[in-house]
Design a protein around this ligand. Structure first.
Ligand code: GLV
Ligand code: MN
Ligand code: MN
Length: 425
């Protein structure tokens, strides 16, 4: 039975992986045409599984399964019980947007796996005494606006006016994109649920690192997620003729940005556990025979301990000042994201661990260096995360891969988790 469920999940991941904004490689960004097509396809799968589907004002796809009110329920005591009213809601999900030239698993796995698990429970005739919402968040990667978690921030009522001001490469603001999506005015959404109505949020995700592979385990449980800061930096010098301007008279914005990048890397290397990345850089005017007058680039800095990340940011700030002063460049910083490290809910994590132990024999606790929707969702409700082994720990790459066998283990864990939660409810 399990192998047929894995096959269904793999087929869904493959089919969704073909929906892209860039022919020949997988790229789906916030509210893009491919994102809307992805929502249609996943929405249809949600409906087949018996979920009622809606899309919210920030493009999140939400499939809801009402508690099986009136159906025979068996509690921990073994006696038939009436469900307590009103039932609470369990949230399951992850994101449907991707990085550029992405793999098929980062995000979609955490949306599709719960759909397959809920369909299987329905096939078995099992009803849950709580509501379930499966959420496909519209934005987690921060590719289009260099600011991540717009989807979960919208769902959790954490989107703020300054978030709407970021602009994409075409100059469209977040507000502009949301107004186009909603066909008119956009108002900042309230949280989709009151905290007291929720049971928690559980996200399944590939590990995106090598630990589970090294430990020869299919799945593990996340204990905490590293904190993260992202910035957009602009270096402004003076464009000029590349053949006639002597080196000592130049104010080359790219030379400054490159010196800064090397310094950032050095700070990352000498600070244990710190990761610092400049992942996108644009040079203007951008010609072989013109001195770069302006450089705009991103900066992403992460650490499991917020105090270490903050100290590193101070060093990086001083470095930028030194480089700018020495080279007579102007530099401007825009903070596009700031998330403290979060600790997963001990109670929900313990439940998930019990299910991992039941299915896999033993569990493993991991800290996530990658960001996840759970970071923002933790402001709304207790969060737990299940990691699935991925080949060579590779992610944000088209070769990203999790084996059908490991997906089967993760499915079994989800089914076990839902069944135990229902029994204890
Ligand atoms: C998301 O994948 C992130 O960690 O940047
Ligand atoms: Mn992800
Ligand atoms: Mn990612």
């Amino acid at each position: 039975m399990r192998s047929s469920l894995e096959k269904i999940l793999v087929r869904m991941l493959d089919e969704l992986g073909l929906i892209t904004d860039e022919p020949g490689r997988l790229t789906r960004t916030f509210l893009s045409p491919a994102m809307l097509r992805a929502n249609q396809l996943v929405g249809a799968w949600m409906q087949e599984a018996g979920l009622t589907v809606r899309t919210d004002a920030v493009g999140n796809l939400i499939g809801r399964l009402e508690a099986g009110v009136g159906a025979p329920l068996v509690g921990a005591s073994g006696r038939r019980q009436a469900p307590p009213l009103p039932a609470k809601t369990l949230l399951l999900g992850s994101h449907l947007d991707t990085v550029r030239d992405a793999g098929r698993f980062d995000g979609p796995l955490g949306v599709l796996l719960p759909i397959v698990a809920l369909a299987e429970l329905k096939r078995r005739g099992a009803t849950l005494p709580f509501h379930v919402e499966v959420i496909g968040f519209s934005e987690e990667e921060g590719v289009r606006f260099a600011s991540a978690y717009l989807g979960s921030a919208g769902y959790a009522g954490r989107l703020r006016e300054p978030d709407l001001k970021f602009r994409d490469a075409k100059g469209i603001s977040v507000r502009g994109a949301l107004e186009a999506f909603n066909g008119g005015k956009f108002a900042l959404p309230k949280a989709a649920h009151g905290k007291s109505n929720l049971l928690g949020y559980v996200e399944v995700h590939i590990e995106q690192g090598p630990v589970l592979e090294a430990k020869k385990l299919a799945v593990g449980v996340v204990s905490a997620i590293a904190g993260q800061s992202r910035f957009k930096l602009t270096w402004t010098g003076k464009a000029g003729h590349a053949g006639t301007t002597p080196m000592f008279l130049r104010r080359d914005a790219l030379a400054g940005a490159v010196e800064f990048a090397a310094g950032v890397e050095a700070i990352g290397r000498r600070t244990p556990g710190l990761v610092a990345t400049i992942g996108s850089l644009t040079v203007s005017p951008g010609a072989a025979n013109v001195i770069p007058g302006e450089v705009v680039h991103t900066l992403d800095v992460r650490h499991a301990q917020d105090s270490v990340r903050r100290a590193a940011l101070m060093q990086i700030g001083r470095l930028a000042t030194q480089v700018a002063d020495r080279r007579k460049l102007k530099r401007a910083w825009q903070r596009t994201q700031e998330n403290a490290a979060i600790t997963c809910s001990p109670a929900l994590t313990e439940r998930l661990t019990r299910s991992v132990q039941a299915v896999q024999g033993k569990s493993l606790s991991l800290v996530s260096g990658a960001g996840h929707d759970g970071v923002v969702m933790s402001a709304l409700t207790p969060v737990a995360m299940l990691f699935v082994r991925c080949r060579d720990g590779l992610s944000h790459h088209p070769d990203e891969y999790a084996s059908p066998k490991d997906l089967g283990v993760a499915l079994d864990v989800m089914i076990d988790f839902l069944s135990r939660l229902a029994a204890d409810y």
